[in-house]
Design a protein around this ligand. Structure first.
Ligand code: HEC
Length: 165
């Protein structure tokens, strides 16, 4: 039946679109940190002198502080209650972040959407160090350690108090 097939096709397409749009997990370091560092760190970043509020986005603890009256910049799982979302998505230039008075344009719609989804997905933070790919110490180093440690241990007295016990 043609209608059934059409409906199926629409269904498959919808599923495909949903997978493309919502299926991918937002990753903090790849998708979110660059927005925060470009657009927010100037006033909410590492430079204490430039910070006008305790809220900062370069550390997880600084991003998760209570803003007063039970408000938080990031409420994991709940973008609509997150001050960060309210501020970046506001049409009111007096409210919107980054601030218009500083000559800053609003975030792009796709950036705002990405932040929303990250928060909806639980707002998992990643340390700055996750930028660095994990490295396994080279095997020869491990073997060397054994070689080095034994002679020192045997010499007794190489370390303070080592011979006395
Ligand atoms: C030019 C400096 C500047 C930049 C850039 C900036 N902010 Fe702000 N932000 C402020 C100042 C000043 C305040 C405090 C005054 C206010 O609440 O508007 C503030 C307040 C906030 C608050 C509310 C804090 C509270 O206690 O209620 C949030 C949330 C926020 N900013 C998020 C952001 C985000 C997200 C970005 C980047 C997209 C950003 N800001 C970029 C200066 C800045």
């Amino acid at each position: 039946m043609p209608n059934g097939r059409a409906a199926a096709a629409v269904g498959v397409f919808a599923l495909f679109a949903a997978t493309v749009l919502f299926g991918q997990e937002i990753e903090f370091n790849r998708d979110i940190r660059p927005i925060l560092s470009d657009q927010c760190f100037a006033c909410h970043g590492p430079d204490a002198a430039k910070r006008k509020t305790k809220l900062r986005f370069d550390t997880e603890a600084g991003a998760r502080i209570e803003l007063g009256k039970g408000r938080f910049a990031i409420v994991p799982g709940d973008p609509e209650r997150s001050e960060l979302v309210r501020r970046v998505a506001s049409a009111d230039t007096a409210v919107r972040m980054p601030p218009a008075y500083a000559g800053r344009a609003a975030l792009r719609a796709d950036e705002i959407e990405r932040i929303r989804r990250w928060i909806a997905q639980g707002a998992r933070w990643q340390s700055f160090w996750s930028f660095i790919p994990p490295q396994r110490p080279a095997l020869p180093t491990i073997r060397d350690e054994k070689w080095v440690r034994n002679p020192i241990d045997r010499s007794g007295g190489a370390a303070p108090g080592a011979g006395g016990r």
